[in-house]
Design a protein around this ligand. Sequence first.
Ligand code: 4NP
Length: 161
Amino acid sequence: MKYKLLFVCLGNICRSPGAENIMNHLLEERGLTRYISCDSAGTSSYHIGDPPDRRMSITLKNRGLPHQGEARQFTPIDFWDFDLILAMDRSNFRDILALDPSGDHHEKVKLFCEFARHHSLQEVPDPYYGGPDGFEKVADLLHDACEGLLEYLNQQGTVKW
Ligand code: 4NP
């Protein structure tokens, strides 16, 4: 059974598909696709069915990375389908927990920035209303947190490879 990661932001067009695509790239590069899989979702319904934001796609393309996906909304079924749910900011984190009133799945929801090794930001800033510089910073932070998360999963023995 693969260990399943779900990245979650608000719209599922910028940050969380960015994290998903960066992580998929790292998994392929390191030969880990048989151990770990990932997906992404948004807490809102704003962009359901939309492709990723062009500005994020350009940022990733310039780094030789794809930015594929089709936005979907987070659903409580995701608590059962995924092993670890990574919220991009505190508002996403709260909105996810609110969908689990029993608290049974709260343990598997984390702020993604916890795993960053070279950035001290606590949240992945929402780049949607900003300029291109914001997307570059987000991509750097996502990359850092993806690498940190893989290191954490390996060190904890959560996923063995
Ligand atoms: P994301 O960015 O949560 O990183 O996908 C946003 C996308 C859309 C909106 C806000 C943030 N919006 O308000 O439509």
